[in-house]
Write a protein that binds this ligand. Structure first.
Ligand code: HEC
Length: 474
């Protein structure tokens, strides 16, 4: 039995510890459970569409999820969002939507689109609480979009002819001429390609042909579409009437515009990267690839041209590493069945350059990719990391500011390919050996072949480039 003095001491001790607990409870709780004070402000207890969810969808989703957008359904109203609520939760949780393959903890790009943890929690909570509507007075207006352009109001729009794509489940490749005439020779700042049907156009590589007025009577001569697989190039040129009237070659701007899934189009600040365009010109799609479809569909794609106010002072250049490029792939790009394999390609740059935009490219077996540069001082300059490659989202990633790479720096690109049956995009079941050209029957690269390419758009370095913003809106 405790003596009275001890009893008193115990009571005091209990009292002190009680007070201490009270005092410390906040900090202890915060230490154990994490500091929720911020979340309490940001994530409301009751989440509603109009008040909390619509602003997130407007910011991150409706660029694609709207009438005539890239996505197959709109998320521009409560009814639409409600209908898709369960899938929304699922794809957000899995990181599939919004589609932004580049890892934002590695490097940053203009127009990057990913949800913060708070925004994700709000979406989950909304779904879990029954996806309620809320206060219509709080509902923000849906942003408006120009369905014919992502870059603004073009000065000229050049339509391709409409083409009926047969629903026979085969890849189709065409060479297409889209001629046009403008009042004067001028400079252009950007070209944008807008597919008629987003789900159809898999990619496009187009040149811009400039004709001299005295050498070409009629740019509109000739047919528009030639089947690339069955018609040899010379005959295609003849049928499309590509050459000058006297049979000489007009001037070609090679790869003036390339389009891949998810590409929105790049516009640099005034003065950078312009082209000249002549009064008589034509877009020449060396290669437009239509994905296999099951029922017939018409496509009516177009090009938008944006004029420069002033002649460009600095012309962009392009460097391609890997497949068809200036650096070899190690080991050779042959992926045996049932393997996950890493390949790399390296290139040591001969002179200082300022990197504007990068575009990693793989096909269906791509799993992840990392690109960085190692300077002569052995510093690592992160370029891009894609932890979960998604064939459908192959952006041209533009840095917020130019990235300077000094002469002697080595660019390293590492790509991992998954040729197992766990890869649900694997075109073969059971898996087969896949390489840059699997069946060897023709000269064309198919979706089911593999590629490992890294395209860099850059300028020759000039003092101050590394602090120059590439955001054309600033
Ligand atoms: C860059 C365009 C783009 C953006 C931005 C985008 N989506 Fe999508 N979304 C698509 C496309 C295209 C599809 C069709 C499926 C596909 O091709 O992957 C799709 C499919 C979906 C699906 C259906 C997936 C399934 O398995 O059926 C949901 C749900 C979805 N998106 C929700 C969202 C949400 C929520 C956001 C914003 C947080 C968002 N998306 C942002 C283009 C986009």
């Amino acid at each position: 039995m405790a003596k009275p003095v001890e009893k008193k001491r115990i009571v005091v001790l209990l009292l002190v510890s009680f007070l201490l607990t009270l005092l410390l409870f906040g900090p202890i709780k915060r230490a154990i459970l994490g500091d929720n004070s911020k979340d309490v402000e940001v994530i409301p207890t009751q989440v509603f569409y109009a008040n909390h969810v619509a602003p997130i969808l407007n910011d991150h989703c409706v660029t694609c999820h709207r009438a005539n957008g890239t996505a197959p359904f709109a998320l521009t109203s409560y009814e639409y969002a409600f209908r898709k609520k369960t899938t929304i939760r699922k794809v957000v949780e899995k990181g599939i939507m919004p589609p932004w393959p580049a890892d934002p903890t590695y490097s940053h790009f203009l127009g990057e689109n990913f949800l913060s943890d708070d925004e994700k929690q709000i979406l989950y909570k909304w779904v879990d609480q029954g996806a309620r509507y809320g206060d219509s007075a709080k509902l923000p207006e849906v942003p408006t979009f120009n369905k014919l352009s992502n870059l603004g109001k073009p000065d000229v729009t050049v339509y391709m002819d409409s083409v009926l794509i047969e629903g026979n489940n085969r890849d189709k490749f065409y060479v297409v001429k889209s001629p046009f005439e403008i009042p004067n020779d001028t400079f252009i700042r950007a070209i944008e390609f807008v597919p008629g049907k987003h789900q159809l156009v898999h990619h496009l590589n187009a040149d811009l042909i400039l004709y001299r007025e005295d050498l070409k009577q009629n740019v509109f001569d000739g047919i528009r579409f030639v089947d690339e697989e069955t018609v040899p190039t010379e005959l295609a040129h003849e049928n499309l009437k590509i050459l000058n009237d006297d049979g000489s070659q007009p001037y070609f701007y090679h790869s003036a515009i390339n389009y891949l899934p998810g590409v929105i189009g790049t516009i640099y600040p005034e003065g950078i990267g312009g082209y000249r365009v002549n009064k008589k010109s034509a877009f020449y799609a060396r290669d437009i690839h239509y994905a296999p479809i099951q029922k017939d569909l018409w496509d009516h794609s177009h090009y938008n041209i944006f004029y420069s106010k002033t002649p460009p002072t600095r012309l962009t250049k392009e460097m391609m590493l890997g497949t068809n490029g200036m650096s070899t792939i190690h080991p050779q790009l042959v992926i045996p069945p049932d393997t996950i394999m890493m390949f790399s390609t390296r290139y040591r740059i001969p002179s200082d350059m300022s990197v504007l935009t990068i575009n990693p490219h793989m096909h269906l077996l791509g799993q992840k990719l990392k690109a960085y540069a190692i300077s002569l001082e052995n510093d690592t300059i992160p370029l891009i990391r894609i932890n979960r490659w998604d064939f459908r989202w192959q952006y041209f990633y533009t840095f917020p500011k130019m990235v300077k790479l000094s002469a002697g720096t080595t660019i390293v690109v590492e790509a991992t390919f998954d040729n197992t049956s766990d890869n649900k995009n694997n075109p073969y079941n059971p898996p087969r050996q896949v390489s840059e050209r699997y069946d060897g029957d023709g000269a064309l690269m198919r979706t089911t072949d593999e590629m490992f390419q890294f395209i860099i758009t850059y300028l020759d370095y000039q003092e101050g480039d590394e602090t120059t913003s590439l955001d054309p809106t600033r």
